[in-house]
Design a protein around this ligand. Structure first.
Ligand code: ANZ
Ligand code: ZN
Length: 840
């Protein structure tokens, strides 16, 4: 046996190795990339962090995943772009600033510096020259510019809009920031307010975004969430004429078959018809509804209320006169802001009709003719029409006995022929309101000129700089009171003008940062380098961004593809991709005690403490080993200890081997598999089948946990392998090298160091990933006859040329053989590759 235990071997010391290897990468610029057309590109991206102060375990997990993928792909010959930056505008900086009495910009940049240091300590293989922070003017200048381009293309408009107003945070809230009618941060009861705001016409792209969803290699769940959010709904718009008024109300319905059951119209409080209503009756009601939030979820749970407007509408086909109500459950933003109410067949309308004593007329009966009691409950299924007949005006046409499809088609045709309706596809998706009444964001580059009205700032004057000195946040956004910010002159007529003091929603910044990484230093928004790198091949991030961030990014990518080739010279010849992220992986949460690790629950583990104690490789190894990336990971201190012990064990095994054999010409090309003995073949089979599994798991499933488990098993097998000759040493060496390289995407520092100690260049960034020797995968198996006292008792399958000892023990373990071998065998006779005869 050649292995010795030698106390002079260096101990595994991550605190020495890791800075040394990181320094080497920095000197070599190992992860900097350019557009090398001779190589296949691969763009691997993590969702960029908000610089909240320090890294948390969620970051560590997310960034280790993309780092492992990036490193693996580099070793497979890909030209890998793996960038990082900071999503650094946003409300928390303002809140922290008020608490800590530090300006938001200072707070943000201090955090960035600290977290950057932590990312470096983790050994993530970023191309740091591309680092960007969205709060810097070299970044936001270009989004101001792009906003102006969208404005020119009519993708931007301003409108007075009702918003959810948080009276405590003094800001407009997005619908999803309203939880149970209260502000997500302040918990204050949200009010409605009407203010002028800027909107992006994302709805122009609703259809394309919806249709392209199916082309994406994303989790089904995320694709479904995108589709639901876009909310396509095919239906009919039907015109009702208001009695005594020259006014047509349009309603949107997905159930034109129920038209003859419409017993009243319900309109939203903000519907234009409301001004013709009997004001005395409705005032209190309108005031009261104003106080409630306007998102659908809130409205679902609301008590349904309404007030009669005093107006009537004429049913388009029956000619009946039906009352018009103003109701709190009708959304102004959806469809036409008005509905035909069919109490017999819609639950909400049914409850409303009962409450206000409105007629309920059944027009659909069950397909199986079963009895229903329409006064107690709505019948909402599709069925067969009854009571559905037009007036004389339309020749008393009856739709009775038709099913849903027949009736819908027939009613639609009649409406269309008489200009009383149109088939319509609606989307639940709303245009994106991007105005925020907040300070720490990108200024919206618009001015209001006394003469010219509301116009974009001159592109030559960009960026519109956000002032960062002497900021007082005590009374809402300081921009609203800083004359030196908002007073300006019109670049067209030189008259006095007032700058827009709102800033962009911070989702604006995260909707295109992935493209800017490609053109990180360009003096235009993007240049032709984007067409080399985009789209992102693998995007990794949290499921919490499954809707808005991804949707907005998809919209931006499409808008950029439509606009930039016509506005940026170097992109003239290029067609940009219309989707930003080809594949998406949503990583699972990090849990502690079964619940999400979070500051508010006080159950966080500080990655910095772990790095300080065990080094980055252990932290990386544990987070990748504890669970596959998409599944939640339960934190375990013993698990971390275990990961550390494994690295120490492997270090010992490898250094021991290096000590013994490093000076020999020790090369796996000396191995001729077919000439090996069975023990050697077996261990090579283990080595190469492990490698095959590792490659498959890296490539296809990103299941790093099984990669690690397989490599741990191989480490154990090598540990047991007895070296008796040079060939054994070569095989052992081959095994050690395969483990080092296979682990390197996950534990790059220890791998680099050991690789160096084996006499190689320590920068393993571009070392080819080991290749499976397929010959070693084949195991020659033979059937062997087992006799007890000369009688056939079993046939067993074993590897060819198995050593006698192993063959004996395999034979004795056989269940049937055991039955006949009740005492210690007297003798065991072996005929190689044929027979075992046990004499008892
Ligand atoms: C009559 C009817 C009869 C309806 C019936 C349903 C069942 P989707 O698009 O699938 O969500 N609706 C339309 N606009 C609305 C608004 N602005 N606020 C609240 N409700 C609105 O569903 C469309 C249905 O939701 C429409 O079809 C309308 O009610 C209601 F037996 O019209 B229906
Ligand atoms: Zn002007």
């Amino acid at each position: 046996m050649m292995k010795t235990n030698d106390n002079t071997l260096p101990e595994y010391n991550p605190h020495l190795i890791e800075p040394e290897i990181q320094k080497l990468w920095e000197t070599n610029k190992s992860f900097e990339v350019t557009e090398d057309t001779t190589k296949e590109k691969d763009y691997c991206l993590s969702m960029f962090p908000y610089p909240s102060g320090k890294l948390h375990m969620g970051h560590v997990r997310n960034y280790t995943i993309t780092d492992a993928i990036s490193r693996f792909k580099r070793m497979n010959g890909k030209n890998v772009l793996h960038p990082i930056g900071w999503d650094s505008f946003g409300l928390p900086a303002e809140n922290a600033s008020m608490q800590n009495k530090k300006p938001p910009s200072e707070w943000t940049h201090t955090n960035i510096a600290y977290m950057k240091e932590q990312l470096k300590q983790m050994g993530f293989s970023y191309d740091w020259k591309r680092e960007l922070a969205t709060c810097t003017s070299d970044y936001y200048k270009w989004e101001q510019w792009f906003f102006i381009q969208m404005y020119k293309k009519n993708l931007v408009y301003r409108k007075n809009s009702i918003v959810n107003w948080d009276p405590v945070d003094k800001t407009v809230l997005a619908n999803e920031q309203v939880i149970d009618g209260r502000g997500w941060r302040s918990n204050a009861i949200v009010e409605r307010r009407e203010i002028p705001q800027w909107f992006l016409r994302i709805t122009n792209y609703a259809k394309e975004i919806l249709e392209d969803t199916d082309t994406l290699n994303w989790p089904d769940e995320v694709k479904q969430m995108q589709k639901n959010w876009i909310g396509q709904s095919k239906g009919t718009e039907i015109i009702f004429i208001v009695e005594n008024l020259d006014y047509k109300i349009k309603v949107f319905t997905t159930r034109p078959d129920t038209l003859f059951g419409a017993t009243f119209i319900a309109i939203a409080t903000e519907h234009p018809l409301v001004k013709y209503a009997n004001q005395e009756n409705i005032n209190d009601f309108i005031e009261e509804t104003k106080k409630t939030a306007i998102n659908e979820a809130a409205i679902e749970t609301l008590e349904k209320k309404g007030v009669f407007s005093g107006l009537y509408a004429i049913h388009p086909l029956s000619g009946d006169k039906i009352p018009i109500w103003i109701a709190n459950f009708v959304l102004i933003e959806y469809g036409t802001g008005a509905i035909m109410s069919v109490p017999a067949h819609d639950e909400r309308d049914h409850a409303f009709a009962l409450k206000y004593n409105l007629p309920i007329v059944q027009v659909i009966k069950p397909k199986d003719n079963s009895n229903i009691d329409i006064s107690s409950e709505a019948f909402t299924q599709k069925g067969i029409l009854i009571n559905s007949c037009t007036s004389d005006k339309y020749n008393n046409v009856s739709f009775d006995d038709m099913n849903f499809n027949e009736a819908s088609d027939a009613i639609n045709s009649l409406l269309i022929d008489n200009n009383l309706g149109a088939v319509k596809t609606n989307y639940r998706l709303r245009d994106w309101g991007v105005s925020r009444q907040r300070y720490w964001g990108c200024p919206i580059p618009m001015i209001n000129c006394e003469q010219c009205g509301c116009i974009p700032e001159d592109e030559k004057n960009l960026p519109v700089l956000l002032p960062i000195d002497n900021i007082n946040l005590d009374n809402g956004s300081p921009l609203k009171t800083m004359k030196e910010f908002y007073e300006t002159n019109c670049h067209i007529c030189k008259s006095k003008a007032i700058r827009e003091t709102d800033t962009f929603d911070t989702f604006f910044e995260s909707s295109w940062y992935f493209a800017r990484y490609c053109s990180y230093d360009a003096d235009v928004m993007l240049d032709d380098r984007v067409s080399y790198w985009m789209p992102v091949d693998q995007y990794v991030g949290g499921i919490e961004h499954a809707i808005l961030h991804l949707l907005y990014s998809r919209f931006f990518q499409k808008a950029m593809a439509d606009i930039l080739p016509y506005t940026i010279d170097s992109l003239k010849e290029h067609i940009l991709p219309r989707e930003p992220f080809t594949s998406l992986l949503t990583q699972g949460m990090v849990l502690q005690g079964g619940v999400k690790m979070s500051k508010s629950k006080g159950n966080t583990v500080d990655p910095q403490e772990l790095i300080d104690k065990y080094g980055a490789d252990t932290v990386r190894l544990f987070t990748m080993f504890a669970a596959p990336p998409t599944i939640s990971l339960e934190w375990s201190n013993t698990g971390v200890e275990g990961a550390y012990r494994f690295l120490k064990r492997f270090w010992r095994l490898a250094t021991n081997h290096i000590k013994n054999v490093s000076l020999k010409n020790n090369n796996s090309t000396n191995i001729v598999h077919s000439k090996l003995n069975s023990k050697q073949k077996n261990i090579r089979n283990k080595i190469h089948s492990t490698l095959a599994k590792v490659i498959d798991d890296y490539n296809r499933r990103f299941t790093f946990n099984t990669v690690i488990a397989a490599l741990m098993e191989l480490t154990n097998a090598l540990n047991k392998f007895e070296i008796s000759d040079d060939i054994d040493t070569y095989i052992y060496d081959e095994g050690i090298k395969i483990i080092i390289l296979s682990l390197s995407p996950i534990t790059p520092h220890i791998s680099s160091k050991l690789w160096e100690m084996m006499g190689n260049n320590p920068d393993i960034t571009f070392i080819d990933f080991p290749v499976v020797d397929t010959e070693a995968l084949e195991v020659d198996q033979l059937e062997i006859i087992v006799q007890v006292n000369g009688k056939l008792r079993a046939k067993i399958l074993v590897t060819k040329d198995l050593e006698d000892d192993e063959l004996k023990s395999t034979a004795l373990e056989n269940q049937n053989v055991k039955k006949f071998v009740t005492s210690t065998p007297k003798k065991i006779i072996i005929v190689k590759n044929k027979l075992v005869n046990i004499v008892v």
